[in-house]
Ligand binder design. Structure first.
Ligand code: SF4
Length: 178
């Protein structure tokens, strides 16, 4: 059933068909048809906008409109056909956006089809040695205090209040100074 949600929008007037967005949509939601990038199915677009920063024309934006719900299992059916690197890129994309539920759905799809999780294999690209960032969300516990710190005698370093890792940062636009 369709509902209002975020989904990408392509301005055909700005799109020149350069194809740069295509490999940057691991979900396979985009294709070049008649010289323009097209969203081939609402089901494949998660609305997270991974493709946006790769469009030199600024032709891609995210809008809110009535759309079929994003379907992780359907996306995974296409993604696994493209190989391990594409699957890994998709999983990293989900984790980078904090989409833990979708990530779990993707991992469940891999498991139910007896496919390896590229985030857990050792064949990582150099940038991702040790697993997909965020796939190992963990709690950071403060280090045990030394006797001197416990008694408040020594206050050498400031203690971190960081509770979880990784963290997600959101940039805010600041008002211009006159
Ligand atoms: S990157 Fe932008 S200009 Fe190039 S095909 Fe995609 S939408 Fe069109």
């Amino acid at each position: 059933m369709s509902a209002i949600r975020k989904i990408i929008k392509i301005d055909e007037g700005l799109c020149n068909g350069c194809k740069l967005c295509i490999p940057n949509c691991p979900e396979g939601a985009l294709q070049i048809i008649d010289g323009k990038a097209r969203l081939i199915s609402d089901l494949f677009c998660d609305g997270l906008g991974a493709c946006i920063g790769h469009c030199p024309q600024g032709a891609i934006t995210v809008e809110e409109r009535n759309a079929e719900p994003y379907a992780e299992a359907k996306v995974m059916e296409n993604i696994v056909k493209k190989g391990e690197n594409t699957t890994r890129a998709h999983l990293i994309h989900l984790l980078d956006h904090g989409e833990k539920d979708l990530y779990e759905q993707a991992v469940a799809f891999l498991k139910s089809n007896a496919l390896p999780n590229p985030c857990e294999t050792q064949t990582m690209e150099p940038a991702h040695h040790g697993g997909c960032p965020g796939s190992r969300i963990r709690e950071l516990k403060p280090a045990a205090k030394t006797p001197a710190q416990a008694t408040g005698v020594a206050k050498v370093a400031r203690e971190s209040n960081l509770q979880t890792w990784p963290i997600q940062l959101h940039l805010m636009a600041l008002p211009a100074f006159e």
